[in-house]
Design a protein around this ligand. Structure first.
Ligand code: ZN
Length: 481
């Protein structure tokens, strides 16, 4: 959908993203309330601090700050070693103290970059703030739930570097992977743990400067809705531009998951928020040693893993990308190849991504529920590679492994699925099949390849328990005898 839309456009797309990510902390950002509020009854995870009662004092969550720095470093940002929190003043019913504690001019991280293969997307800043409460609207009244109020929130802001929809979607996926790999957040979008904000405008191709307007769409809760919103806004904004109008600079919201946006308010400027340093929290200082220690906890990131798989195992890029798509998937794969000969790694990867994942999809089984043990897939591939079983039999064994979780070698032994290596026995069957198919010899006068029909017949007789090249050789030997 995106490619067609992109190609049919008369304008160039300019997109920047802001992403809000709930940090994986036990307690909220500035109080000790339990941060695991999802599904809890309304206003059961609250205290004077996160309710914004007068006189309550915020105490920053050390773990949340470490996670924010970890993400900033994973996104190749510079770090402000002298940093602070600021008050962002605005009134909203779900923000009872009428300001949000955030960061303004000294964010923890700034000037980073994320590679999305075709190009680098510049990261403007990575800062820490607190989440707001939640307003629940019905037809007659609005209810307020403050369980989410004060939950630690990391905001990532990109430069307006996106020109193609597919790049936006790739970046969104990659960022989610980075966040999950590094343990910064579970990034469960269904629970609102990762939300996108789109900044978008269009310009005529070749125009050197950024457009004079920018439309912001808030609270996009999934990557598929993000794609729909972009499609909707391309249509809406190009229709206005086609008529010679300039779209209004404004904030737009969503009513449902269709991607249709509606105007909410004309955009505030930063100075509307009257930012000032948070007087209740002293400035925050980091040492090089602290930063180095945090950097050490990041671990191998998705793009690094992908390059390693390509370089060390000779996997193709698409296969490697599928393998790294989630951390549990790479962990499964890495267990499967443990101790395997390097020449088998690509084969194991293909069986995993191709056959195992196909079985999982077809049966709606998650990786955590998979009965096949990684080492048992390795054994299956070894049996195949050593010529102990044929590839049609390997598929049969795999589906049995999928059902029962048994080892490949046990299934092969119990069911007598090993390849027939007795060439005498194969020759007997070949003779019988040739005798039963005299027409094939006739056909071979016109078409020398007609004998290939016999391979299938012999394989069928042997219930797949032979290597097709062996069978082919036996047939040719017999025909030429
Ligand atoms: Zn609280």
């Amino acid at each position: 959908m995106s490619n067609e839309l992109q190609n049919s456009m008369n304008y160039e797309l300019i997109i920047g993203l802001e992403i809000h990510i709930q940090a994986k902390t036990k307690s909220k950002m500035f109080c000790r309330c339990d941060a695991k509020y999802f599904g809890a009854s309304p206003n059961s995870h609250v205290c004077p601090v996160c309710l914004g009662l007068p006189g309550a004092l915020p105490v920053p969550n050390k773990k949340a700050i470490e996670l924010c720095l970890k993400l900033a470093l994973a996104l190749n940002c510079k770090v402000n070693k002298f940093s602070k929190f600021d008050r962002k003043n605005y009134f909203y019913p779900d923000l009872p103290k009428a300001y949000q504690i955030s960061q303004y001019d000294l964010p923890f991280g700034y000037e980073g970059a994320v590679s999305i293969e075709s190009k680098d997307i510049r990261i403007t800043r990575v800062h820490m703030e607190e989440d707001t409460g939640k307003s629940i609207h019905s037809s007659t009244k609005t209810l307020l739930d403050f369980n989410k109020s004060g939950v630690s929130l990391i905001e990532v802001v990109t430069e307006p570097d996106f020109r193609e929809i597919k790049d936006v979607l790739f970046f969104a996926k990659r960022l989610k992977q980075i966040v999950k790999y590094s343990g910064v957040s579970d990034a469960d979008m269904e629970k609102g743990q990762m939300r996108f904000e789109l900044n978008m405008s269009l310009r005529k191709p070749g125009e050197p400067s950024l457009p004079k307007y920018k439309v912001e769409v808030k609270n996009i809760g999934s990557i598929s809705v993000l794609e729909k919103v972009i499609a909707y806004e391309i249509k809406r904004q190009s229709d206005l531009l086609d008529k010679g109008e300039t779209p209004i600079q404004e904030t737009r919201g969503l009513r449902d998951l269709t991607g249709v946006t509606h105007s909410q308010r004309v955009k505030e400027e930063a100075n509307d928020y009257r930012y000032f340093p948070e007087p209740d929290i002293p400035p925050i200082l980091f040492t090089d040693e602290q930063l180095a220690a945090i950097k050490n906890t990041i671990g191998e990131l998705p793009s690094e893993k992908k390059s390693r798989y390509i370089e060390s195992f000779g996997l193709d890029a698409t296969l490697a990308e599928t393998l790294i798509s989630t951390k549990p998937r790479t962990e499964w794969f890495e267990k499967a190849i443990e101790g395997a000969d390097n020449s088998l790694v690509a084969l194991i990867a293909k069986w995993f991504v191709g056959d195992v994942i196909a079985l999982m999809k077809a049966n709606k089984v998650k990786l955590s529920q998979l009965k096949i043990m990684p080492e048992n897939l390795r054994e299956l591939v070894e049996l195949l590679n050593n010529g102990k079983i044929s590839s049609p039999i390997a598929k049969q064994v795999l589906s049995e492994m999928f059902e029962t979780g048994n080892k490949a070698s046990i299934i092969v032994a119990e069911k007598g699925l090993e390849v027939v290596t007795d060439l005498g026995a194969i020759r007997e069957i070949v003779k019988r099949i040739i005798a039963a198919n005299p027409k094939v010899i006739e056909d071979m006068k016109k078409n020398p390849n007609a004998y290939k029909f016999l391979i299938g017949q012999v394989m069928k007789e042997l219930q797949g328990k032979a290597n097709p090249p062996d069978v082919e050789k036996a047939i040719l030997d017999e025909l030429n005898a």
